[in-house]
Ligand binder design. Structure first.
Ligand code: SF4
Length: 276
């Protein structure tokens, strides 16, 4: 048998092209995910089902991946993914969404899915802004950043979604940036081989709605900023809160094995069927 070689074409619907702006980080995010799937030995998406809501990141799987996918309402991808996983536990159920979708309007679902340790992988492209709707401030926008709705700079502290997932009960939570493609691919591989709630936050460059307003000259400068400001989780613990202001803490926030939702639901079903 010949050696397998990676080609994204094997996973993409023929005749379609991603709708992202030139230089958008979502190309790199999708590439890292597809490479992870390939390296785990999957030549197609037969054993996968994708769910997404509304926003730029939500376009990644639907309709572009050659796979079963559900493109649902803004903020509602996690409950839809939960239903699919409970009915079809043999599938890898993967949610793609942006920060506005997952931890803005979808925040309640996010916390409860982590608390239940729901067996889905949630991949959040964090572009630190509402990109598709014109660059409004988001829960993840860094303090003092200029956006269309905060022309004098954001006056709110940004949300730490990866830490929140870990604290709420996820089996796995990690954050990387699009400037860490190798680490990101390995992180996807690890998450895809686990059960329970897995969350991967990917800080991604949005040159159109974020970069130019936040004062970045070009994409290269954004990627260098990601690298320069990235602090590993283990190091962040030794640094004071003030010093961490404006940094991007990367790495794994949690990696553990707790009873998952599928395991507990199916154990109850088995027990209940004894009485039938
Ligand atoms: S608006 Fe930003 S996140 Fe959306 S496709 Fe364009 S660059 Fe990417």
């Amino acid at each position: 048998m010949g050696e397998r070689t990676f080609s994204p074409i094997n996973y993409l619907r023929p005749g379609l092209r991603f709708p992202f702006c030139p230089g958008c980080g979502l190309y790199a995010l999708s590439d890292a995910f597809l490479r992870a799937v390939f390296e785990l030995g999957y030549d197609d998406f037969r054993r996968f089902c994708f769910v997404s809501g509304i926003g730029c990141s939500s376009w990644i799987p639907s309709p572009y991946y050659l796979a079963d996918s559900v493109h649902t309402l803004h903020g509602r991808s996690i409950p839809v993914a939960t239903s699919i996983k409970l009915l079809k536990p043999e599938l890898h159920v993967v949610v793609f969404g942006g920060d506005g979708d997952i931890v803005g309007i979808g925040m309640g679902h996010f916390i409860h899915a982590a608390r239940r340790n729901t067996d889905i992988l949630v991949i959040m492209g964090n572009n630190m802004i509402y990109g598709m709707t014109g660059g409004q401030v988001a829960p993840t926008t860094p303090l003092k950043t200029r956006t269309t709705t905060t022309p004098y700079g954001s006056f709110e502290h940004p949300l730490d979604a990866a830490r929140l997932a870990a604290m709420a009960g996820a089996n796995y939570s990690a954050r990387w940036t699009t400037a860490h493609s190798k680490e990101l691919k390995e992180c996807f591989k690890k998450a895809l081989q686990m059960d329970g709630f897995r969350f991967v936050e990917v800080v991604t460059q949005c040159p159109t709605a974020y970069g130019r307003r936040a004062g970045f000259k070009d994409i290269g400068e954004m990627l260098r900023w990601f690298r320069k400001n990235a602090v590993l989780v283990a190091e962040a613990g030794k640094i004071g809160e003030e010093e961490l202001e404006g940094k991007i803490v990367v790495g794994e926030f949690i990696h553990r094995r707790r009873l998952t939702l599928v395991e507990s639901v199916y154990a109850v079903l088995k027990e209940a069927q004894k009485d039938v």
